[in-house]
Ligand binder design. Structure first.
Ligand code: OGA
Ligand code: NI
Length: 357
């Protein structure tokens, strides 16, 4: 399997170039089977919970407890919430999103210098998975390593726009801090010591990556998806969505709910590794992205992950005779090979490890 991860199985086509070519019909390889198409059914009047983080570490015990309860129920019921009053400057969020929009609007030749390969995925990419003949998603992306520091290589980050590298560092430092606070809150709300999850992730040696998604306008949005259904393989994801284009859908009771982004909020979601560590008390929930014919969409997903060679397993404190361990230990390196080979495929993987324990 490692062998087929060296290069892409077919010539890479940039979805943005397809979109900008003015085609009226999308190529066959982006057409999803009818059961996976968006459907655009009537929207339910529900949305993922909104959690105000203002009192997360308040000295007022009651306020602190209330915030933890909201986080806990969101992670159990939805695996998702929108975080407001998270402490990150709106100005920084806006500048970072705009610099990436400008990057994607640079000429193709400039972006091609960063073309990625499936060995590390780092750089400018247009597919996830290396299966020849796979049906592809309607998006391009830029993927980079932020942590551990020895994997961080700013020379692989875009040198244009000229403020891009500095903004990645500035934004990365802020979102890293926020992820640390959220991990602490999740540990406490699971009844674990506040540093449990952070330590189980590798303490100072955790991993973090940034994936900037670019979803070009699509002439036939009802036939395809910007990103197929998947759960995030890592620990915790902090998503900065587009400020004026919706697209993210979260699965709830078998239905797809389109998230309406709250201004200046981050969307937080539980990844598979927290589902494993919490012994499935917290859920890593399937989500996908739909596209539209009117507007491009940009989103930034910051993945806060366990150190890649540590064994990840359910916390002993959350395993009992009544609730045996649902997963056997596995490293994150081993785990993520699956999505990197087969691409986004719903929640099949964490369910697979459940049934094979
Ligand atoms: C992801 C993801 C959602 C979005 O990058 O894993 O789910 O809205 N992105 O772009
Ligand atoms: Ni995701």
């Amino acid at each position: 399997m490692m062998n087929c991860l060296q290069s892409w199985p077919e010539p890479v086509v940039r979805v943005q170039s397809l979109s900008e070519s003015g085609i009226r019909a999308i190529p066959e390889r982006y057409i999803k089977p009818p059961s996976d198409r968006p459907g655009f059914e009537k929207q339910e009047h529900v949305d993922i919970p909104v959690v105000d983080l203002k009192n997360l570490f308040s000295h007022d015990h009651t306020l602190h407890e209330e915030t933890l309860k909201l986080i806990s129920s969101a992670c159990k019921e939805w695996g998702f919430f929108q975080a407001v009053n998270h402490g990150i400057s709106q100005e920084l969020m806006k500048r970072t999103r705009e610099v990436w929009r400008e990057f994607f609007n640079l000429p193709l030749e400039v972006k091609q210098e960063y073309a990625n390969a499936p060995t590390t995925y780092e750089g400018y990419g247009s597919r996830l998975g290396v299966q020849k003949g796979a049906i592809l998603d309607w998006s391009d992306y830029f993927f980079l390593h932020y942590l551990p520091v020895y994997l961080r290589n700013p020379s692989k980050w875009p040198s244009l726009p000229s403020s891009c590298r500095d903004l990645i560092s500035e934004y990365g430092a802020e979102v890293e801090k926020l992820c640390g606070r959220l991990l602490k809150a999740m540990s406490i709300s699971l009844g674990l010591k506040e540093d449990y999850l952070q330590n189980a992730f590798g303490g100072e040696d955790i991993g973090a990556c940034l994936r900037v998604n670019f979803y070009p306008k699509c002439p036939q949005p009802d036939l395809t998806l910007g990103l197929s259904s998947h759960s995030d393989p890592g620990g915790l994801t902090l998503l900065l969505p587009d400020h004026d284009v919706a697209g993210l859908q979260v699965r709830k009771n078998g239905k797809w709910i389109t998230v309406k982004p709250v201004p200046n909020a981050f969307i937080v979601n539980v990844g598979d590794q927290i589902q494993v560590m919490s012994n499935a008390i917290y859920k890593s929930v399937e989500h996908r992205v739909i596209v539209n014919s009117a507007k491009d969409r940009v989103s930034l997903a910051f993945f806060y992950n366990p150190k890649s060679d540590l064994l990840i397993e359910p916390a002993k404190e959350l395993v009992s005779e009544d609730r045996p361990a649902l997963y056997s230990p596995m490293t994150f390196d081993e785990y993520r090979l699956y999505i990197r080979t087969y691409g986004p495929c719903g929640k099949t993987q964490v369910e697979f490890s459940e049934s094979n324990r």
